[in-house]
Design a protein around this ligand. Structure first.
Ligand code: TRP
Ligand code: SF4
Length: 340
């Protein structure tokens, strides 16, 4: 689905507060959200209940990271005037909808979601043989359908969850609504291309590899990380020629530097006309230009805690308003009009 259709879509996406955000999140996810909020009605939420499906034994992680994550969103420009920004657990309707969906969802639909078995074997140190973990994608379906979303920006691994959501929407509409009168639209995944920005060591940028640049760290820390980044191992001495394609720094230049700069650096690398530090200096300047304003805003937002809480409180209220409307229709469809 194209991002630039003229008709505004209802877009919803969530992120689990499980750690500090890094440049990979910014390049891969947040920049995408920033674009979407310019044209569409967006709902962005902190999926704190989802974090508990895997980190139930350590709820402190959520508490430690949720506000940092929200500050990061605001600092990069997710705008509460344009988007509804909220916390999942502040809208308990998500739990109600999840429950009601659970009655009509065949177990086999959940068991065959690819992330289910993958994650259980990948995260062996956590016991994920739980009821809640099996239901994770169904909770996600509730998140999405609650806001009658048309489009869900997700990475490739999450596409099956949106597919499941489409099936849930269809099943609900079929069971509880007249033909031609669906309550839930079938949402489309908006596939976000994986971030092309690798980690400092050339592997995927990920907290678990310890190769990230965090949005919240100081410039001194970032500078040191980049200065000590590995380069083409052939360049042992300053006079050794190198090959940019064999260097993780080069992947950063492909994202941050102009074609002109790259041409010059490429030559300098190949004929040992420049040292790696010279090459990195060009990069450092671009990254600083990008990150410094974000970090300044971060500090300013974090310093006004009351304003921040007001922003999120307002987002929570907006989300609950919409959730309340949807749940009224859902209860009606389930003939729960006997409730007084
Ligand atoms: N499962 C998503 C992830 O791990 C987070 C998420 C929860 C989500 N609910 C959502 C994403 C609804 C999109 C829509 O990244
Ligand atoms: Fe990498 Fe640049 Fe050094 Fe070449 S000059 S090896 S591209 S850091």
């Amino acid at each position: 689905m194209s991002h630039s259709t003229n008709k505004p879509l209802r877009v919803l996406s969530g992120m689990r507060p499980t750690g500090r955000l890094h440049l990979g999140h910014y390049k891969g996810v947040l920049q995408n959200w920033l674009q979407l909020q310019e044209q569409h009605q967006c709902f962005f939420f902190a999926a704190d209940w989802h974090a508990l499906t895997t980190d139930y034994a350590n709820p402190a992680i959520v508490k430690q990271t949720i506000w940092d994550m929200l500050i990061d969103w605001l600092a990069v420009g997710i705008d509460p005037e344009k988007s509804v920004i909220f916390i999942q657990s502040a809208v308990p309707e998500h739990a109600e909808l999840h429950l009601l969906f659970s009655f009509m969802t065949p177990l086999s639909w959940l068991e065959r979601v690819p992330t289910y078995k993958d994650q259980i074997s990948e995260l062996r140190e956590k016991d994920l043989g739980t009821y809640g973990f099996l239901g994770y994608p169904l909770l996600q379906s509730a998140d999405i359908l609650m806001y009658l979303a048309d489009a869900v920006p997700v990475g490739e691994d999450q596409v099956p969850h949106v597919e499941l959501t489409r099936e849930i929407a269809r099943r609900f509409n079929h069971l509880y609504r007249e033909p031609g009168q669906p309550l839930f639209p079938e949402p489309q995944p908006l596939l976000m291309p994986a971030s092309k920005l690798p980690g400092l060591d050339g592997r995927k940028m990920s907290k678990s590899y310890g190769n990230t640049i965090e949005l919240a760290e100081t410039w001194k820390v970032t500078e040191k990380k980049i200065k000590t980044m590995p380069t083409d191992p052939a360049r042992i001495r300053r006079t050794d020629a190198g090959t940019p394609e064999l260097c993780p720094v080069w992947d950063y230049h492909k994202i941050y530097s102009s074609e002109e700069e790259r041409k010059e650096l490429d030559q300098g690398c190949r004929n040992a006309g420049i040292g790696c530090l010279d090459c990195k200096k060009v990069l450092l300047q671009h990254i600083e230009e990008e990150l410094q304003p974000i970090r300044d805003r971060r500090v300013a937002i974090a310093a006004r805690e009351d304003d921040l809480r007001d922003i999120i409180r307002k987002g929570n209220e907006q989300a609950r308003l919409q959730a309340g409307r949807t749940m009224e229709k859902v209860r009606k469809a389930l003939q729960m009009g006997y409730r007084v």
